[in-house]
Write a protein that binds this ligand. Structure first.
Ligand SMILES: [Zn+2]
Length: 326
């Protein structure tokens, strides 16, 4: 059951709607927490940035590390989590943080981080939402562009698929099925900031106990545990004493991951998405495909009188990803 603690968060006030002005933070803030895979203490400092500059990660623990723009072209790995990086240095598990940024409309930010992954916190996006909301958001002068889906498109990988079609709202209709331990779950989520905070942000990541044990024997998920994931035993029972935050918490988390991955488009994508069993790898292949394929998306910039087709005008890593501008 959903506890009152989480229901109350629907009351968090956020400024503005999806497609109006760009935002950044009102002030510089710091957060610390354990990394899921390294189990090391990670410090992140978030600094406001001006309009049209994007979200940039900078590793501060590695001399010479280059700044990395949070965009699909800089995704360097999608196994277990979404990792962005250039030149050998990377930041992993960015998806929950990016979901919180994207869904609150924060598209301009400097992220200084002294380790290879973001803090896992409670395994959901809720602590990020609270951190950003408490720090306060600053609305910038520039309008926030967005992508409008213009044509249906589907990408499949085995039994996984993502189908998109035009819609006046962003809707994510997600189905998962893990026979034996998570029965079929389906949820259709209509995006608004308040819906995101109330229905999706607090859904935690989940895994099988046997997977945790296997990963830890390989030196991964060393910080993983019952305080930052829903852990499910082989017979399908939930090991966390407090139980689930929602009966369908798992599919809600998959929607959270999808929204976080789509944030790497650097602008909201308005359309209806029907998603079957997808994960970070297919999400990122899908995003790269729809951004490059002509005619699927149209970039709408409210600051301009006429919309234009997909543009390379969004913030880019200078000289790093020429293919991205095609
Ligand atoms: Zn996740």
């Amino acid at each position: 059951m959903m506890s009152d603690d989480f229901r109350g968060l629907a009351q968090i006030r956020t400024v503005g709607k999806m497609h109006n002005h760009q935002k950044t933070l009102r002030q510089k803030i710091q957060i610390s927490g354990r990394g899921l895979h390294t189990n090391k203490q990670i410090d992140m400092v978030l600094t406001p940035r001006p309009e049209n500059t994007g979200v940039w990660f900078q590793r501060t623990d590695s001399p010479g590390a280059r700044p990395v723009l949070a965009c699909g072209a800089n995704v360097s790995d999608t196994s277990l989590a979404t990792t962005i990086g250039v030149g050998g240095e990377s930041v992993s598990t960015v998806e929950h943080f990016m979901a919180a940024l994207g869904c609150l409309g924060v598209g301009n930010l400097q992220v200084d981080i002294n380790g290879p992954e973001t803090p896992v916190l409670d395994g959901s996006a809720l602590p990020w939402v609270e951190l950003l909301s408490n720090a306060g958001l600053r609305t910038l002068n520039a309008a926030r562009p967005y992508f409008q889906v213009r044509r249906p498109f589907e990408l499949k990988d085995g039994d996984k698929s993502i189908f998109m079609e035009p819609s006046s709202e962003t809707i994510v209709d997600f189905t998962i099925d893990f026979p034996g331990y998570i029965s079929n779950q389906r949820r259709a989520f209509t995006f608004t900031e308040n819906n995101f905070v109330a229905e999706i942000a607090s859904a935690r990541t989940f895994c099988l106990l046997s997977e945790v044990e296997k990963m830890q024997s390989l030196g991964k998920a060393l910080g993983g545990g019952l305080d930052n994931a829903v852990v499910i035993s082989g017979d399908g029972s939930v090991l966390n004493q407090e139980g689930l935050r929602f009966p369908d918490e798992c599919v809600r988390h998959k929607i959270l991951d999808f929204l976080g991955d789509m944030t790497l488009a650097q602008a909201p994508v308005i359309g209806r998405f029907t998603v079957e069993k997808s994960g970070h790898s297919l999400n990122q292949s899908f995003l790269a495909t729809i951004l490059r394929a002509p005619g699927l998306l149209e970039l709408v910039d409210p600051a301009k009188s006429a919309p234009e087709p997909y543009l390379p005008r969004l913030a880019q890593s200078p000289g790093l990803n020429p293919a991205w501008a095609n």
